[in-house]
Write a protein that binds this ligand. Structure first.
Ligand SMILES: [Zn+2]
Length: 339
């Protein structure tokens, strides 16, 4: 790879990539960071809050169009206007008006690892010194250097934003809102569970999920079949139950959080969960946003027994509350019986 051929001028661990990163940073300015230091990105007090707000809106389930509209409505300078008017750089870039926020600009920000504190380089290059045609490299050829600067978003929130954006771009032939995408996992092989559309032909007239690996090679796993309406009900009740738990034990939890803080424990996560519960007062229906905000995954086990004796176990893995206090209530077990 040609970056290896460029030797880094300074003594550093990143060898070739380092020089390349420096070259790239000189020419690129990321919204949210100060442009005056070419070698280290430092949060810009003017624009870092804008970036944080964009991520917060993405995590709460707003799509790119609504995020762009919110920024326009509040008169926030778009990146090109900010660069040109405030920083006096890239003046040749054109923009319609000061608040010309495009959906693509929002999407580029939400997908950019630079806000996690990492630097990704070698995404594209020209064919040769003479031929300036841009070619894009496949993702596995990107050069990523971790923790090169301060992050503006936490990894957990970044991941949730990616998942929600992905789901929003997904369509299926039944126009069915497959809200559990990326949430359901097989207890035995760890694959995702994928949706099965109703079909009277196979005797399954319901929307349902089953293990993806099983569906590809039936000898490697078992069905882990679960009906959509059943899992919907269980997961909704599971989240409601956690909300109740927090609301009814507020004082007890506050005391526990204080004790945890005294011994240097992770109080931050418990506070994040408090905020989440407060934000969604009474949840009566599930959306992809609610699922991804509350849950990392739901592990579905193979059902046991037949008909009225049929039981199936599942474990809901919540975000933020891996704490011992919650651990006691972490496993949500509901026997389901089918006729
Ligand atoms: Zn499986």
């Amino acid at each position: 790879m040609w970056v290896d051929l460029i030797k880094c001028g300074k003594a550093c661990n990143y060898a070739g990539a380092c020089t390349f990163l420096r070259v790239e940073k000189i020419f690129r300015f990321f919204l949210g960071f100060c442009p005056d230091n070419k070698y280290h990105l430092i949060p810009n007090p003017d624009t870092a809050p804008v970036v944080k707000r964009i991520f917060a809106m993405a995590v709460s389930g707003l799509g790119t169009a609504r995020i762009a509209k919110a920024l326009r409505d509040d008169g926030i300078l778009c990146p090109n206007a900010y660069n040109s008017q405030v920083l006096g750089i890239n003046r040749t870039r054109t923009y319609k008006d000061d608040n010309d926020w495009a959906k693509t600009t929002v999407a580029q920000i939400v997908r950019n690892w630079v806000y996690l504190g990492h630097t990704v380089s070698q995404k594209a290059s020209t064919i040769s010194f003479k031929n300036k045609t841009r070619i894009k490299y496949p993702e596995e050829d990107f050069i990523t250097v971790l923790n090169t600067h301060e992050s503006l978003v936490e990894q957990g929130d970044f991941d949730v934003a990616q998942k929600i954006f992905k789901i929003k771009n997904r369509k299926n032939k039944h126009d069915f809102d497959n809200i559990f995408v990326g949430i359901l996992k097989c207890s035995d092989c760890g694959s995702g569970l994928s949706i099965q559309f109703p079909s009277n032909g196979n005797g399954r007239p319901f929307f349902s999920y089953s293990c993806n690996r099983y569906r590809q090679h039936s000898k490697y796993c078992t069905t882990h079949y679960i009906r959509y309406d059943e899992i919907y009900k269980i997961v909704l009740e599971g989240i409601q139950e956690k909300q109740r738990l927090v609301n009814e034990h507020r004082n007890e939890l506050a005391v526990y959080a204080q004790k945890l803080a005294d011994r240097g424990g992770d109080v931050q996560s418990i506070m994040r969960f408090f905020e989440l519960v407060r934000k969604h007062e009474q949840i009566t229906e599930l959306t992809p946003e609610i699922l991804h905000e509350f849950l990392e995954s739901v592990v579905v086990y193979q059902a046991e027994g037949k008909r009225l004796d049929r039981t199936q176990k599942m474990v809901m893995n919540f975000r933020f509350i891996k704490d011992e206090w919650f651990e006691a209530n972490a496993s949500y077990f509901l026997p389901i019986s089918y006729r």
